[in-house]
Design a protein around this ligand. Structure first.
Ligand code: NDP
Length: 407
């Protein structure tokens, strides 16, 4: 075993997968500690890992909203890297604890303030100097989307195009958990994301849409045709900065009728609100109460059947000729569950988080400061995806719209 110490923070669906996958790659991650707000959840996960993988992982309790507690923990376990798979609300405190301790940092989702449903990289990018001064690195958004989608764009840029003009990121989850309504990852984060206004980038500016205003039907390989809605998604913010010559980027996610009807109804009655309301002398936040009522995403794994398909359609020019390609990855929820006791959404997020951390520890991806995924050579990451359970394919298309069925 190496003399590396790895600290994972967050013991939800994604934390479970990261802990499993780090244990399965113990030669890179050395001594692993899983810490979260509720220590019993960490203990349950590590017991499963010991059973299935035969690797021992330590557990700790931490309130990741407290820089002081985080600093004490990072020092206690003498971490070389912190993998943050708690919630986006904790990004800044964990980053600040990492700069204080001079330890590398990785996350899968950009910072959001708990009181404002708005996510952007501004405050994390502003910490670039702190990371450079401490001579350490932060890798932002190393999940699937953001994460692998950024790497797919960098791969397209490196191997297929002189210049990319348009990108459509397509996220399809065709999993069925048998509940009328449930979210596949943290309900609060998920519902805040999908109930917000849509936004895409064209000719140098952001264009805002109403929530779910733009619908297209895409034909997803291995799944079939699905209604797909334009959403704002955080990887677009860094991709417009790093993919030179880009003229348009959009993000589409599939939703079924039942999900949308439930969501609209919950929204109409105020259950998606994030402001506290007075209820019988007590203050409650409707969205937090809803989270209590909904099934825990971590419990969906066992019941979920079907596949996910997330990919990128890129169009541009190579040697003066216009071309389009589609790079995509298909996962099967039941296969994911068999391997690590989590459904596909947690799996497709947790595996790239582990890969990003592995490449940082191996110094294959390493520069001081705060960075996004597409800033690095995509090749070693793409090789690891194949090796670690997320095999991908490239399809050459006749046009950017070839897989659309609503034209
Ligand atoms: P969960 O809600 O299942 O898990 C979050 C975990 O973080 C829980 O264990 C929770 O503890 C812990 N936590 C929350 N607050 C604190 C705190 N203050 N201190 C310590 N621990 C805390 O979420 P998921 O596992 O579904 O998602 C994890 C992250 O992954 C999120 O940031 C999400 O946005 C991101 N994600 C990224 C995706 C991508 O493709 N890039 C896709 C899906 C998710 P407790 O158990 O006590 O509540």
């Amino acid at each position: 075993m190496s003399n590396i110490n790895t600290l994972i923070i967050g013991a939800g669906g994604v934390g479970n997968v990261v802990a499993f996958k780090c244990a399965m790659n113990q030669e890179s991650f050395g001594n692993i500690t899983l810490a979260s707000r509720t220590k019993s959840k960490c203990d349950d996960i590590v017991a499963n890992i010991k059973d299935k993988v035969g690797v021992e992982i330590g557990t700790e309790q931490v309130d990741a909203d407290s820089v002081e507690e985080l600093v004490n923990l990072i020092k206690k376990v003498d971490a070389n890297i912190v993998i943050n798979v708690a919630l986006p609300y904790q990004d800044l405190t964990i980053m600040d604890a990492c700069t204080e301790c001079k330890v590398d940092y990785l996350d899968t989702a950009n910072y959001e303030h708990p009181d404002e449903a708005k996510f952007e990289y501004k405050e994390q990018w502003a910490r670039d100097k702190n990371f450079k001064d401490a001579n350490i690195m932060a890798l932002l958004g190393s999940g699937f989307d953001p994460g692998v989608t950024n790497v797919f764009c960098a791969y397209a840029q490196k191997h297929y195009f002189d210049e990319i003009e348009t990108i459509d990121i397509l996220d399809c989850n065709a999993g069925d958990h048998g509940y009328a309504f449930a979210t596949n990852f943290n309900p609060e984060i998920n519902l805040r994301e999908v109930s917000a206004n849509g936004r895409y980038w064209q000719d140098g500016k952001w264009i805002e849409t109403k929530p779910m205003e733009i619908k297209q039907i895409w034909d997803y390989p291995e799944i079939g045709e699905k209604d797909s809605y334009l959403l704002y998604h955080e990887e677009m913010e860094s991709l417009v900065k790093h993919i030179k010559g880009l003229k348009r980027i959009r993000f589409f996610m599939t939703f079924g009728e039942s999900y949308l009807t439930h969501m609209k109804c919950l929204e109409n009655v105020g259950m998606l609100g994030i402001e506290p309301v007075e209820h019988k002398g007590q203050k409650i936040v409707p969205m937090e109460f809803l989270k209590t009522l909904l099934p825990d995403p971590a419990s969906l794994g066992e019941r979920t059947k079907g596949k996910t398909n997330i990919g990128v359609v890129a169009t541009g020019y190579k040697d003066g000729v216009k071309k389009s390609i589609y790079i995509y990855q298909v996962s099967d929820h039941e296969e994911c569950y068999k391997e690590v006791l989590s459904q596909g959404v947690s799996y497709t997020t947790g595996v790239p988080a582990m890969i990003g951390a592995k490449l940082m520890l191996e110094k294959k991806w390493y520069k001081t400061g705060v960075h996004n995924m597409e800033e690095f050579d995509p090749d070693p990451f793409m090789e690891e995806l194949d090796r670690q359970g997320l095999p991908w394919k490239v399809m050459e298309l006749n046009s950017a719209d070839e897989l659309r069925r609503d034209k």
